[in-house]
Ligand binder design. Structure first.
Ligand SMILES: NC(=O)c1ccc[n+]([C@@H]2O[C@H](COP(=O)([O-])OP(=O)(O)OC[C@H]3O[C@@H](n4cnc5c(N)ncnc54)[C@H](OP(=O)(O)O)[C@@H]3O)[C@@H](O)[C@H]2O)c1
Length: 292
């Protein structure tokens, strides 16, 4: 039986879960959902309730001590998951759920100038080899990129200016990601599973803009740019040319339709279909997510 529960823990220890990236798109929702289930949470980030900095190893032990399970949101472009998991094993952690990404094991999926994909592959390997109970969450493009992430400012400005061509992606709602992560952190039957997570169907950037317009009650349109135009706009906003080019590379899989496919992770982990982009847009608008 691999359900983590207070009753099942040796010595009457309190069941506590460390959530890294706890101020981010997935971690914040994971922490909230765990608390709603009555689980004690250590919500860790540089700006979180519990101070934790991936780049300062002196903060690692205090984050890991006394917890039974950990949600790991890696620091992109690093290979820090491996030493962190080694520390977790030493400090008695039993279970890890790793935030990774769809496509990382697909040859030629994307250029990897920032070392992001390489870091995620190394993190997955480290978790698999750790001897801990492990689950890997591999979401595709987050729907919340439009409300909290890369595209949020453009949506608020009314023009989604991107080099996305006519590409589509099966955007996944971070609420579904969090629900899967919480199930894997606290429930049974998820050990050794790799959950690829998507929404129920592919959505083009035109369709995404239309869905947000309808939900938010104001005009948002998609303006397709060439890669060169996009990089020039980012540089004009103060980005370094190298960062702008690396970021444009991240959009290439979307433009090329490499993220159109639908994955079965949400139904497999939760026994229900994923939320649609329209549901994401409606709930985000209802919460004032695109208020200006
Ligand atoms: N966005 C997508 O569409 C997408 C798709 C697939 C996979 N992914 C992957 O998902 C992961 C991102 O997850 P997310 O979207 O939930 O996170 P996120 O919203 O990007 O937030 C990042 C989190 O990491 C924390 N953080 C940043 N630097 C840190 C540091 N030096 N030390 C400790 N914490 C640090 C941030 O908090 P503080 O700043 O307060 O420290 C924040 O809580 C990445 O690995 C990304 O590659 C993203």
């Amino acid at each position: 039986m691999d359900r983590l529960s207070s009753a099942g823990l040796a010595g009457g220890m309190r069941h506590q879960v460390l959530v890294t990236g706890a101020t981010g798109k997935s971690g914040r929702r994971v922490a909230r959902r765990l608390r709603e289930e009555g689980v004690a949470v250590r919500a860790a980030a540089r700006g979180g309730e519990h101070f934790f900095d991936w780049t300062d190893r002196s903060t690692w032990d205090a984050a890991l001590e006394g917890v039974q399970a950990v949600y790991i949101v890696p620091l992109d472009g690093t290979a820090l998951v491996r030493p962190f998991v080694e520390r977790a094993v030493r400090l008695g952690v039993r279970r890890v759920v790793l935030a990774s990404g769809r496509g990382i094991d697909v040859p030629g999926y994307a250029k990897d100038a920032g070392g992001m994909l390489e870091g995620l592959v190394d993190g997955e390997t480290a978790v698999r080899e750790s001897g801990l109970e492990w689950t890997i969450s591999r979401p595709g493009w987050f729907a919340q990129n439009f409300s909290e992430g890369f595209f949020a400012d453009a949506v608020r400005a009314g023009e989604l200016r991107l080099p996305g061509g006519a590409g589509a992606a099966s955007f996944v709602d971070a609420e579904d990601i969090a629900a899967v992560v919480v199930a894997a952190l606290t429930g049974g039957g998820h050990s050794g599973q790799v959950y690829e997570l998507s929404g129920p169907r592919a959505v083009t950037l035109d369709e995404a803009a239309a869905a947000i317009s309808e939900a938010a009650g104001r005009d948002v349109r998609y303006v397709p740019l060439s890669v060169e135009e996009y990089v020039a706009e980012l540089v004009g906003q103060g980005w370094s040319p190298a960062d702008a080019a690396a970021f444009a590379d991240l959009i290439e899989p979307l433009r090329e339709g490499k993220d159109e496919h639908v994955s079965d992770g949400v139904p497999r982990a939760l026994g229900r279909p994923p939320r649609s982009f329209a549901e994401f847009a409606a709930s985000t608008a209802a919460e004032g997510g695109w208020a200006v």
